[in-house]
Design a binder for this molecule. Sequence first.
Ligand SMILES: *[C@@H]1O[C@H](CO)[C@@H](O)[C@H](O)[C@H]1NC(C)=O
Ligand SMILES: *[C@@H]1O[C@H](CO)[C@@H](O)[C@H](O)[C@H]1NC(C)=O
Ligand SMILES: *[C@@H]1O[C@H](CO)[C@@H](O)[C@H](O)[C@H]1NC(C)=O
Ligand SMILES: *[C@@H]1O[C@H](CO)[C@@H](O)[C@H](O)[C@H]1NC(C)=O
Ligand SMILES: *[C@@H]1O[C@H](CO)[C@@H](O)[C@H](O)[C@H]1NC(C)=O
Length: 461
Amino acid sequence: MKIIILITFLLYLTNLTISQKAGKLSPEVHPPITWQQCDANGQCNTVQGEIVIDANWRWVHSDQGTNCYTGNTWNPTICPDDISCAQNCSLEGANYESVYGVTTNQDSVRLDFITQSQGKNIGSRLFLMANETNYQLFQLLNQEFSFDVDVSKLDCGLNGALYLVSMDQDGGMTRFPSNSAGAKYGTGYCDAQCPRDLKFISGQANSEGWVPSPNNPNTGAGKHGSCCAEMDLWEANNMANALTPHPCDTSSQSMCEEDDCGGSASSNRYASICDPDGCDFNPYRMGNKTFFGPGLDVDTKSVFTVVTQFVTDDGTETGTLSAIKRLYVQNGQVISQSVSTIPGVTGNEITTDFCTTQKDVFGDPDSFSKHGGLAGMGKALKQGMVLVLSLWDDYFSDMLWLDSSFPVTASIDKPGVSRGPCSTTSGVPTTVESTDADAYVIYSNIKVGPINSTFKNKSTK
Ligand SMILES: *[C@@H]1O[C@H](CO)[C@@H](O)[C@H](O)[C@H]1NC(C)=O
Ligand SMILES: *[C@@H]1O[C@H](CO)[C@@H](O)[C@H](O)[C@H]1NC(C)=O
Ligand SMILES: *[C@@H]1O[C@H](CO)[C@@H](O)[C@H](O)[C@H]1NC(C)=O
Ligand SMILES: *[C@@H]1O[C@H](CO)[C@@H](O)[C@H](O)[C@H]1NC(C)=O
Ligand SMILES: *[C@@H]1O[C@H](CO)[C@@H](O)[C@H](O)[C@H]1NC(C)=O
C-alpha cells in the first residue's frame, strides 16, 4: 500500500516537472477532412477526420515566450539537456493556412511548398486524426487504400509523399508521461530512416549534442533518432514515383542512439533496426520510361487515383502479406502498374521474389529481407499505422534517388541507376525553393476498404 502511494506520488511529481508541453498562446485547431470507409459491395461511408501538423514544424518556446530553438540551433540556457529542455519548452498551436500553407476543403488537402509569413516555411508533414487527441490507425492487411493526387506542380527535386508509419496512436503520451502535448500537437513521428532531425523523441528533447545542418538553415541532427516501420504508398513528383515498403525488426516506435540509428546522419547507413532502402517499385527504374509523366500513360498533368492493395497468402486479414499491388485510375480508365523490363526481374507487383531478384540484379544490399521483408511489413500493417501526408525537398541528395540517375557517379547503363528523367544537377533545395516556390500538391478522395472496393473498373487501358 505504501509502495503504491509512493509510486503514485512520484508519477504525480514526474507529471508536474517533466513535460513536453502544449503551448497556451494560440489554440490548436485542426483543419477538418473527410475520407471514406468502403465495404465489400463497394458502398462507402464518409468518415469525419481532421489533420494535424507534425510537432517538428511548430514554434517551440519557454514559458516566458523565448524561442527554445531558432534557425537550426537550440537555446543552451533553456535547453541545457534533453530532459530540462522538454520541461522548459512548449509546442505552440499552428496557423495552418497563413504560416504553413496547409488548407483543407471537404475531402481534400492542399500542401503549399513555400509559404512566406514572418518567416519562410518549407513544405509540411501532416497526420490524419480520428479525433482531436488520437491519430487514425489503418489496418490494411487484405485491404486496399486509394486516394487522388495532383502532382502537376511538383517538378524535379520535389516529393509529395503519402505514407504510413507505426507511430503511437496518442503520439506517445501513454508510454512517455513526460509528453503532455501528444497527438493533438503532432508528436511521436518515426520512420524507417530513424530520423535524427526531430526536436523531441520519446518525451524528451533531442538538444544534447545537436549538430546544425551544414546546408539547411532550419534543421540539424541530435544524438537520438526515432525508428518505426514505414509503408511508402506514394513518393512522387510529375516525373517519377515509387511504392516502397520499409519493415523494421520491431514495428512500433523506438528511440535509437547516434550511429546505431543508421541512415544518412550516421556513419553506417544500415546500422539500425529498420530497412532504410526498402523494396521499391518505381516504373521508370523498373525499365518503363514512357509510363508515368506529363502526357504519358499515367498523365501527371492532371489528377489521377492511386490504388494500393495489400494481398495476403490466404486471402484474409490474418494471413501473411504476400504481394503489394498498384493500379491507377485516370479519366475513368483503370491503368495497371507497368511491368518490369529489367532482365531477370519480372512482374508489376512487389513480392518476395521481386524484391530478392531486384536487389540482386541492381547490386543493392538486401536490407529489406534482413529486417523482415514483406512478412515484416505485413505485421506492421496488421497492427495499424498512421497516415502521413507530406511535401518536401531533399538536403541530402537532391531527390535524385527518386527522379534522376543515382548514385550520380555510377554509369547510367547499370541496371537500377536510372530512376527518372530529371538531370543529376536538378533538385538542389536552394534552387527549387526559389524556382518552384509556387509548387503545391493536393491529396483528396481517400478511401479504404476490401480489395477492389474503392474504385470502379469501367474499362482498361
Ligand atoms: C530550464 O531548466 C533548467 C533545469 O531544470 C533550469 O535551471 C532553467 O532555469 C530553465 N530555464 C528556463 C528559461 O526556464
Ligand atoms: C478518439 O479516437 C480514439 C481512437 O479511435 C478512441 O479510442 C477515443 O475514444 C476517441 N476519443 C474521443 C474523445 O472521441
Ligand atoms: C510501358 O507501359 C505501357 C503500359 O503498360 C506499355 O504499353 C508499354 O509498352 C511499356 N513500355 C515498355 C518499354 O515496356
Ligand atoms: C480484384 O480484381 C482483379 C481484376 O479484376 C482480380 O484479378 C482480383 O482477383 C480481384 N481481387 C479480389 C480479392 O477480389
Ligand atoms: C478490368 O476489367 C477488365 C474486364 O472488363 C479485366 O480484364 C481487367 O483485368 C480489370 N482490371 C482491373 C485492374 O481490375
